[in-house]
Write a protein that binds this ligand. Structure first.
Ligand SMILES: [Zn+2]
Length: 344
C-alpha cells in the first residue's frame, strides 16, 4: 500500500471550542462532539464585511454557547454572511438553522443534501417504514437487533435543530467568491449524496469536509432510503477525480483530524484499502454469506450495538460493489439475502 503518514500542516491544534487563524483570512474552529469521534473542524472565511461559515457543529447547548462566545470575539463587527454546509450529517448541519436565523444569513447546500436533510428531519418521532425493517432483516438482523433499530429510529432531529425551508443551491464546478479568493465547488459522492468540497486553486487549499480525511476512512454505506445503491463505486470515482485536481502540496482542510499535505498519496491509500477489502470479501463469499457475516473481513474492531448500523451499511456497500462488478450474486431465503461468488 502506498500509505505514508500524513504530513500535518500546523504544529498546534485548537482545543474544542477554540479557533486558530491559519491564513490571514481563514480560521480553523474546532467544536466538540459527544461521540467517539470527539470533534469536528469548521472553517470561517473572513471578508471585508463579514464571515462565511463552512459547517456548523452538532445541535447542542454546548455548541450554541461556543458560537455565542465566538460571536463576542469575531462576529460583533463582522457578522456571518452565509452558511455553507458540506453535507447533511448532524455534526455538519446540526446548527445551520440556528445560525441562519440568528444572522439572517442564507443557507448554501447542494440540492441532494438539502432535500435529504429535510427527509430525515421529517422522520423525527416517526416509526420506521416497513422497507427499512426489511432492509436490516435482509442483512441478517435478529429480532433483538431489529427492536433496537426500531427504538433508535428518527433520532436525526435530536442532533439537527432545523434547517431553513429555502436555500441557495451549490452545484458542481460553480465558482464562488469567498474571503477575496475564488473557490470552486467540487461535488463528491459515496459518503453522502452530493457532498460539497471547496477548492481554491490559486492558493491550493481544499476544504474537504468528510470527503478526504487524514487518518480515518469515511463511512460509505447503503441506507434503507436507497437500498440498491452502489455508493462504494461512487466513492472510488470521487477519489480518482480528486487525484486529478489535488497534489501533495495542496493544503487539505478536513472535517476531522488535522489539516495536512499529501492529498494524492492519501487518496491512493484509500483506494487501495477499498480494493483490498473488496478482494478479501469476494474471497470470503466462496459460500453464501449474509451482510452481518462479513464484519470480520471488513473491520478490525469489534462491531457492537453502537456501530452495528454503520457496519451493516458499509458491508452492504461492499457487497453491492462486488455485485455490480459481476463477481457475486444474491439469493433470498425467508427475507434474508445471501451473497456468493458467481460461478466462473
Ligand atoms: Zn459525514
Amino acid at each position: 500500500m502506498a500509505a505514508s503518514p500524513p504530513h500535518y500542516a500546523f504544529e498546534t491544534t485548537p482545543e474544542a471550542g477554540h479557533y486558530l487563524q491559519i491564513t490571514p483570512t481563514i480560521y480553523w474552529l474546532r467544536m466538540p462532539l459527544p461521540i467517539a469521534l470527539n470533534h469536528i473542524n469548521l472553517w470561517l472565511l473572513e471578508e471585508q464585511d463579514g464571515f462565511t461559515v463552512v459547517d456548523t457543529g452538532w445541535a447542542s447547548e454546548q455548541t450554541i454557547s461556543i458560537w455565542e462566545q465566538i460571536q463576542v470575539r469575531l462576529f460583533k463587527q463582522k457578522p456571518i454572511k452565509r452558511v455553507i454546509v458540506t453535507h447533511m450529517h448532524p455534526d455538519h448541519v446540526g446548527l445551520a438553522g440556528w445560525l441562519t436565523d440568528v444572522y439572517q444569513a442564507p443557507l448554501c447546500m447542494s440540492r441532494a443534501e438539502f432535500l435529504n436533510c429535510h427527509l430525515l428531519l421529517n422522520y423525527t418521532h416517526e416509526k420506521p417504514p416497513t422497507e427499512a425493517l426489511q432492509f436490516y432483516q435482509a442483512a441478517g438482523y435478529d429480532e433483538v437487533q431489529l427492536q433496537k433499530y426500531r427504538a433508535h429510529f428518527g433520532q436525526f432531529g435530536q442532533y439537527v435543530r432545523h434547517i431553513s425551508h429555502s436555500y441557495q443551491r451549490l452545484r458542481n464546478e460553480q465558482v464562488l467568491k469567498l474571503n477575496g479568493s475564488t473557490w470552486r465547488v467540487v461535488i463528491g459522492e459515496g459518503h453522502s449524496p452530493e457532498h460539497v468540497c471547496l477548492f481554491n486553486e490559486q492558493d491550493n487549499i481544499f476544504i474537504a469536509g468528510d470527503q478526504l480525511l487524514p487518518t480515518i476512512s469515511s463511512n460509505v454505506s447503503v441506507w434503507p432510503t436507497e437500498p440498491e445503491a452502489n455508493p462504494l463505486e461512487d466513492w472510488l470515482k470521487s477519489c480518482k477525480h480528486l487525484q486529478t485536481l489535488l497534489n501533495d502540496q495542496t493544503l487539505v482542510l478536513p472535517s476531522h483530524g488535522r489539516p495536512f499535505y499529501g492529498a494524492t498519496s492519501r487518496l491512493q491509500a484509500l483506494i487501495e484499502e477499498s480494493e483490498t477489502n473488496l478482494a478479501a470479501l469476494a474471497d470470503f463469499c466462496h459460500e453464501p454469506r449474509r451482510a452481518v457475516d462479513t464484519f470480520s473481513v471488513l473491520f478490525n474492531s469489534p462491531i457492537t450495538s453502537s456501530n452495528l448500523m454503520m457496519a451493516t451499511g458499509e458491508s452492504v456497500a461492499h457487497l453491492h460493489c462486488l455485485r455490480e462488478r459481476g463477481l457475486i450474486q444474491e439469493t433470498y431465503d425467508k427475507g434474508v439475502t445471501y451473497w456468493q461468488r458467481r460461478p466462473s
